[in-house]
Design a protein around this ligand. Structure first.
Ligand code: X8Z
Ligand code: ZN
Length: 568
């Protein structure tokens, strides 16, 4: 037993590292050679993880459950889950999947969004940051629509690949007995597909009354801003985000962008680091700053890189990095906190008590929740004042702050994540959604869950779901974020009320070592414990929307008043 686990942990760490490094190079410098090396390194890793030897031994040892400690059981369970991603019994399928994923990622990461083409050449390329800026700030309807449409240009280039990849991923997952690739991903939570979908639907139902109020508020407000009649559904190009996953910029008095304008991108990331060190966590290792790729590339850059933010644990030890395209605005300020959350999680569980194969979050949602939790803390008024980000002369109404948070980083996100994204991927993998219905079903779900619609006909020549990175790169996992949103308010509620004894809507944990210790205990255990037990032990309750609902409760009455006044 011990020798099998020791052998697995040692070999896997080496192959994992080689593969992570090759992936890093492929994502930070997109070219055919790096894509090829990524394929080679992943194939070697997959061959080990899915080898008959590994599967047979893990199964044999698991059969005698009584003889196993909890830590041994967890490692073997994870080893089998890892094996199910690349079973050695179907090597050609596994290889095809690895190739298809690498090629599709290269198409996505190397893509040039184009505002104007002449003679088959792009004469006006735009970056995702340019697109986001226009959608957040412009009142020119034609420009908004144009940029929104440009943001969907990746879809047609990726659609065929996604259809093929879906089939390959499902073939892989079925080999070890999962009903689909969606099932395999959900299994990491110890849940069935039905349980996960129910949890999503329950959370959506809980937030629905507040979402409906926010939706009505947003329609009226944007109609006034754009001098249009108030629509029944929100046109997608009216919103300050390419997918309507958050609705920034609606509450003008709580718009923080101006306070970041004079800052450097490096200051943004360092300010995020300061939050973590203030809690007693270590400064980021020097190698983080040397090896990360944090800032937007200059317009004349000769390389292309993935522009979606991510964090990397290259060796599952001290080599931690982040890939971003930071420019000085509030959105990147929040994203920097999010990514550093992953990085501090990596650092915390890279300790001798956590075997290599369990150097992961309690579950994937906890990993997503940590940085966002610090993101909630970093948008609280006392903190913004203390750090001087918010000038003393500027007064902000507390209700406006709460409203802005609900719109741009909390409530509005759930119909997108638990609704559209989760249900689309559920149908894609579990129900085998045919490619000629990808866009039709996508927009049906956007209408149903988010109450939004596209600015024009979106036929099957488009693949608007394909424009979302995670559909290509992090398949069948987006419910992670929905759960993270629920969990982060539970953690925040506990920290504010129990540790700090402050109002959760106006509290400050910057500099508080007790909060740091409480968090560190969760982080340092990695995946060595059962997440349901830990959430109960640490917060006194199961996973639940209670804390999130309580946090936004005052907004319900406020919006009721605003809405009825608006109707008069
Ligand atoms: O993808 C991310 C992070 C990287 S793990 C930037 N997020 C989701 C998204 O952008 O769609 C953070 C929240 C939701
Ligand atoms: Zn993340």
């Amino acid at each position: 037993m011990q020798s099998f686990l020791a052998m697995y942990n040692q070999i896997d760490q080496r192959l994992y590292t080689t593969s992570a490094l090759a992936n890093w190079r492929a994502a930070t410098d997109v070219n055919a050679q790096n894509t090829g090396e990524r394929i080679g390194a992943e194939a070697a890793h997959a061959a080990f993880r899915g080898s008959k030897y590994v599967i047979e031994n893990a199964r044999r040892l698991l059969a005698d459950r009584e003889a196993l400690t909890d830590l041994e059981f967890r490692q073997l369970d994870k080893i089998l889950l890892n094996a199910a991603e690349s079973p050695g019994t179907i090597p050609e399928i596994v290889q095809s999947r690895i190739q298809a994923e690498a090629r599709l990622a290269a198409t996505l990461d190397g893509f040039t969004f184009c505002l104007e083409e002449r003679g088959g050449k792009c004469v006006k390329p735009v970056t995702p940051n340019d697109i986001d800026e226009v959608l957040r700030t412009s009142t020119d309807m034609a420009a908004r629509r144009k940029y929104w449409e440009v943001s969907k240009q990746t879809g047609p280039a990726l659609k065929q690949g996604l259809a093929e990849l879906r089939d390959l991923r499902n073939r892989v997952a079925k080999e070890l007995g999962y009903s689909s690739y969606f099932h395999l991903q959900v299994a990491d939570y110890g849940m069935t597909v039905a349980e996960m979908v129910q949890l999503m639907d329950k959370s959506l139902g809980d937030l629905k009354p507040l979402y409906d109020q926010l939706h009505l508020y947003a329609r009226r407000r944007l109609a006034a801003r754009f001098k249009q009649p108030a629509p029944e559904r929100l046109p997608a190009h009216w919103i300050g985000n390419r997918w309507g996953q958050e609705w920034p910029g609606l509450v003008e008095s709580a718009d923080f962008d101006p306070y970041f304008r004079g800052k450097t991108p490096r200051w943004i990331v360092q300010q995020a680091e300061r939050f973590y060190t203030s809690l007693g966590m270590p400064p980021l290792p020097r190698s983080f700053w040397e090896r990360s790729d944090l800032y937007q590339l200059p317009a004349n850059a000769t390389r292309k890189k993935n522009t979606h933010a991510s964090a990397w644990h290259i060796d599952r030890a001290a080599d931690v990095r982040s890939l971003m395209s930071v420019i000085p605005n509030f959105s990147w300020f929040e994203t920097s906190h999010h990514e550093l959350g992953h990085v501090y999680y990596y650092i915390a569980y890279s300790n001798e008590k956590v075997p290599h194969v369990l150097r992961e979050g309690l579950n994937r949602a906890f990993h997503e929740a940590l940085g966002d939790l610090i993101g909630i803390a970093a948008r609280q008024e006392p903190y913004l004042r203390q750090t001087g980000i918010l000038p003393a002369s500027v007064k902000i109404d507390a209700m406006d702050l709460l409203l802005a948070e609900a719109l741009d980083s909390a409530v509005v996100f759930l119909p997108w994540s638990a609704g559209t994204m989760t249900h689309f991927e559920y149908e894609l993998y579990e129900k085998g959604l045919p490619p000629d219905q990808f866009n039709k079903r996508w927009w049906e779900m956007v209408r149903q869950y988010q109450g939004m619609e596209p600015p024009g006909e979106r036929g099957e020549q488009y693949c608007d779901a394909c424009t979302k990175t995670h559909i290509i790169d992090d398949p069948a996992q987006y419910y992670d974020y929905a759960l993270a949103y629920v969990i982060k308010y539970q953690l925040h509620d506990y920290i504010a009320r129990r540790i700090l004894q402050q109002d959760p809507r106006s509290c400050n944990y910057y500099g508080n070592k007790q909060v740091g210790r409480w968090l560190q205990e969760i982080l340092a255990m990695g995946a060595t414990r059962d997440w349901r037990q830990v959430i109960r032990e640490k917060t006194g309750e199961d996973i639940s929307t209670r804390a999130m609902l309580a946090y936004f409760q005052p907004l319900r009455q406020h919006l009721e008043k605003v809405i009825s006044e608006g109707a008069r």
